[in-house]
Design a protein around this ligand. Sequence first.
Ligand code: CA
Length: 227
Amino acid sequence: MKILLVEDEKRMAQALCQILRLENYEVDHCADGISALEAIGTDLYDIIILDVMLPKMNGFDIAKKTRQKGIRTPILMLTAKSELDDKVIGLDSGADDYLTKPFMTKELLARIRALGRRNIQSVDGTLTFGDIALDTGKVTLTCTATEQSVRLSEKEYKILEYLIANQGQILTREQLAVKIWGFESEAEYNNVEVYMSFTRKKLAFVGAKTAIKAVRGVGYELRCDNV
Ligand code: CA
């Protein structure tokens, strides 16, 4: 699981990074609001830990802008004050949970695990787009028009899941490589193209009009123009 930590206090950030990495989370760190918003925009994270008081843009505005962009990554907000107002503003702005500083490590880790479960549950069941349905339990692709189904490999499933979750957006090869393979390298970029072609064959096999369109020099987008 990949976590984005947004915290400007250096010692706090270092301590949190260390704790989270010891728990085997992948952690990226941002120390100001603008770089945090850029990082969040890549949509590569499973959880965002967001401090409220930050240079350049505060945590409330970051959460609000994140949700406006349609990014639904769970947000755990860190608030320095225990006033109820802060918590209410935090939840109103799109945060999923909050923690008041100072907090116990155990408490932080419990909240992260809970948000991680919520993230998985939100994609449980069936994901749909155009004339296709993705069964997240059986890992099958069905065309709702032809009623044909096919089993997907793990990577094909992840590709379709990620494209459906980001419908209307063009996803770059880099984003797909990092999201699906978990790390970046030239070899992985080639893998993206190979698996895209496998996934397209599955879409064609079930007779779906929904297709993965390549946008030259940019990336891929899920489109369904003729339903
Ligand atoms: Ca701060």
